[in-house]
Design a binder for this molecule. Structure first.
Ligand code: ZN
Length: 137
């Protein structure tokens, strides 16, 4: 059970060695069964959601493993196990296809129907060649 900790101050307790999932130990303390680590003291192999996102990873449906606290416990974030994290969902072929079609529509000249290799301004809708050449009557 993970209670909401919003607005809660996690006052740093006396640091002690906390046994980790991988058998290693790290200095932190226990908060109702959840290990808590000070900023810069968090053991390797754990990352915040923000750090995961920067690595194009997601918690993969796993509960956070520990808490990271800083600013004397006024700020905190969940820590997730990197070994359980999953790569962010990549678009399916169908989604890519739809994206391709949308991109192609953006690159198709409204006048000569040519698909260009650049995006045509939506305000005009004509390819560069058509813009340059006199508009046929
Ligand atoms: Zn054109």
């Amino acid at each position: 059970m993970r209670a909401s900790l919003d607005g809660l101050s996690l006052h740093p307790a006396k640091s002690q060695w906390v046994e980790l999932w991988n058998g290693k130990q790290a200095l932190g303390w226990d908060y109702y069964g959840t290990p808590v680590f000070r900023f810069r003291w968090a053991p390797a192999g754990l990352a915040t959601r923000r750090q995961l996102r920067a690595m194009r990873m997601s918690p993969g449906g796993h509960e956070p493993y520990a808490l990271l606290v800083w600013r004397k416990g006024k700020r905190w974030a969940w820590l997730y196990r990197l070994d359980l994290a999953k790569p962010c969902r990549v678009p399916s072929p169908a989604q890519l296809n739809a994206l391709d079609k949308a991109m192609e529509a953006r690159r198709r000249c409204q006048l000569c129907r040519t698909v260009t290799d650049y995006c045509i301004p939506t305000s005009d809708g004509r390819c560069h060649a058509c813009m340059k050449s006199p508009v046929p009557a």
